[in-house]
Write a protein that binds this ligand. Sequence first.
Ligand code: SF4
Ligand code: SF4
Length: 372
Amino acid sequence: MKDKNSNIAVLELKSFPVLLELLSQKGYDLYGPTIDNDSIVYDQIHTVENLPIGWKDRQDAGSYRLEKSNKETLFGYTVGSHSWKKLLHPANERLWKATADGDRFSIKTPEEDSGKRAFIGVRSCELQAMAIHDKVFTMGPYVDTLYQYRRKNVFIVAVNCTQPGGTCFCASMKTGPKAQSGFDLALTEIIESDRHYFTIEAGSKSGTKILSKLPTREANQAEMEAADKAMEHSAEKMGRTLNTEGIKDLLYNNFDNSHWEQIAERCLTCGNCTMVCPTCFCVNVEDTTDLTGQQAERWSSWDSCFTKDFSYIHGGSIRTSATSRYRQWMMHKLSYWVDQFGTLGCVGCGRCITWCPAKIDITEEAEIIRKK
Ligand code: SF4
Ligand code: SF4
């Protein structure tokens, strides 16, 4: 077993299933990466076999391909279009339901979602995105209690990213590739010519409890160095960088830069970038009634600042052009967000670049504006 004085332990591949079993025994439903529709998605998993064993992804602007790897990695991919946002801040959610009862009506809010969930394979950039959502949903004057309940019941197993994608730039955002905080357990997957193991460390009391029950041992110098090397290599391999120096004011000072119009000539205003982004959080709220008038419901659904209706107020939309909508999105991420929440709204996961059908690249566009 692990020496209690050591921070880093080693979990051999053959013992990895014990981690899943322990979490299940503690009442957690397991969610992790799995393959669906030729893509890595986050979904409920039950065993190690549900993980994308031996698969990796290849990503570039407007392009995503899943392919077989020559290694039997459990976490050898980067990230897919899904983020953990879909579980903590669902795409569609009923906020309340009203039922008529004679000349009165009763309102039911959703049961507090107290189900315990363990997220397996959370990347560092995604931990940072969750920290941003925590701020947005729970630390302002109005708390989203549904989010708060879900969030507090999550056990996070982070897996440090050893396979950054062609569109990743978390190293330049200082949000990865190594998980720094916000996890219960953090693993680094190491494959050597004759060994496959994980270094593992705890980041919380719950993590320490689980770790103490795992068949681990203290990591030796060579194993710790292998994990550090994997992280250094990962940071160097990152496909893109975003120069964030003075970015907030740079964009404020370039509100009328002609480059916004050039981006808009390519932008389809499809909203893909907002749907895949782990930090975008805007919703539309809609009330519905049934035909008998006996029941009414209020639903919250993900919305996108790329739609015309998003900025509709009495009399019409404010942002009628693609120019104004793209500018709003990028300036919110890199300028307004800083004023609102004290942090950038981008964690460098690269999803908006990969899943943009027009290959629009936030890192490239910011650089062009900087140079203009
Ligand atoms: S930037 Fe790309 S993904 Fe985003 S709305 Fe425009 S075309 Fe769609
Ligand atoms: S803006 Fe793009 S790169 Fe940044 S967090 Fe959102 S999807 Fe990821």
